[in-house]
Design a protein around this ligand. Structure first.
Ligand code: FES
Ligand code: FES
Length: 154
């Protein structure tokens, strides 16, 4: 099958890939670029574990085809920290014990980051709504919501 050349940026670095037309962004990130912080759980768009930011908006990378991201800017969890310093959202998750197995955490953090970028002081209701499409089987969500609300104060 003919491959398609796709150029986009990941964590501010330009990448050029030759991909099959149906290769997902999740596959490209994990298997070609070795950015395994983006997790694959359901692979069906249901859990949010594979969330990355596409031009600042959270998307499920298992549902996005790599050819669709031509020219786009992708941010994965590996792109959040500045130098050796974690992003304030990551710090808040650590401080609140909002991480257990950690499988949902990259997607949760990126979803929260996107919310705080567009709404720096969200209400609890806005946080609940924004985070509602990311599934966590461990924490019971309370500490995650607390962490996001605390990150708004930093
Ligand atoms: S792995 Fe993509 S939504 Fe679950
Ligand atoms: S911490 Fe385990 S799924 Fe959320």
């Amino acid at each position: 099958m003919e491959k398609i050349q796709v150029r986009f940026t990941v964590n501010k670095e330009e990448v050029l890939l030759n991909v099959k037309p149906y290769e997902t962004l999740l596959e490209s990130l994990r298997e070609r670029l070795h950015l395994t912080g983006t997790k694959e759980a359901c692979g069906l768009g249901a859990c949010g574990s594979c969330t990355v930011l596409l031009d600042g908006q959270p998307v499920r990378s298992c549902l996005v085809l790599t050819p669709e991201v031509e020219g786009a800017e992708i941010t994965t969890i590996e792109g959040l920290k500045q130098g050796e310093k974690l992003d304030p959202v990551q710090e808040a998750f650590m401080a609140h014990g909002a991480v257990q197995c950690g499988f949902c955490t990259p997607g949760m953090v990126l979803t929260a980051k996107s919310l705080l970028n567009r709404s720096p002081k969200p209400t609890e209701e806005e946080v609940l709504k924004a985070m509602s499409s990311n599934i966590c089987r461990c924490t019971g969500y309370t500490k995650i919501i607390e962490a996001v609300l605390t990150a708004t104060e930093t």
